[in-house]
Ligand binder design. Structure first.
Ligand code: ZN
Length: 193
């Protein structure tokens, strides 16, 4: 529980810092990464509720709310990215965007280490899987750094393209989260979700 809380706090701070730079720069790649990190942090809430309230009903409804929130945010990210593809815009504050991507990488890597260590200690396959997920997400955030560099080199279409790629990833996570919630009623045999 403490590992989950810690990694949540780390991802929360990461998302807040990224949000500030997004408002400043208007980078849709950063926006998608921010929604992704925020969405991942939110998916921990149903698990926490289930743990604290020991109520499958509460977990399920919290899960539905999270899936809906992530889906709505992904739709916004998709619309923004497509709009930017059709109406290219000059991006400012590329250095802060790159730094925000780097912060996303560091935040996810820290969350990954907390989860992997706790997962190994508690022999929890679910926590270990979460750790690997966060590690992969760190590299997604590095994609924002790469897109800022490519935009700086003059290819401004990189920003919406990376935004769209990350949006597809968010939709995959949402589908996984949905399947996990639907599976709540059945007894968990292996603990992996
Ligand atoms: Zn993720």
């Amino acid at each position: 529980m403490r590992a989950v809380a810690w990694s949540l706090a780390i991802l929360g701070v990461t998302a807040t810092l990224q949000a500030i730079v997004f408002v400043l720069s208007g980078s849709v790649a950063l926006f998608a990464d921010l929604i992704h990190n925020g969405g991942d942090a939110l998916t921990a809430i149903p698990l926490a509720i289930a743990f604290l309230a020991r109520s499958e009903r509460a977990e399920r409804w919290a899960g539905y709310a999270v899936v809906f929130t992530i889906l709505a945010s992904a739709a916004v990210a998709a619309v923004e990215s497509i709009d930017r593809l059709m109406n290219p815009r000059h991006l400012e504050y590329l250095l802060p965007v790159a730094v925000a991507g780097l912060i996303g990488f560091v935040g996810n890597e820290l969350a990954a280490r907390v989860r992997l260590r706790a997962g190994a200690r508690l022999a929890s396959p679910a926590l270990v899987a979460d750790g690997h997920h966060a590690r992969v997400d760190g590299f997604v955030s590095l994609g924002v750094v790469a897109s800022a560099a490519v935009v700086w080199a003059g290819v401004s279409v990189a920003d919406p393209l990376v935004g769209l790629a990350i949006t597809v990833l968010i939709l995959r996570i949402t589908a996984e989260a949905w399947r996990t919630i639907r599976g709540v009623a059945e007894p968990r045999s292996d603990g992996v979700d």
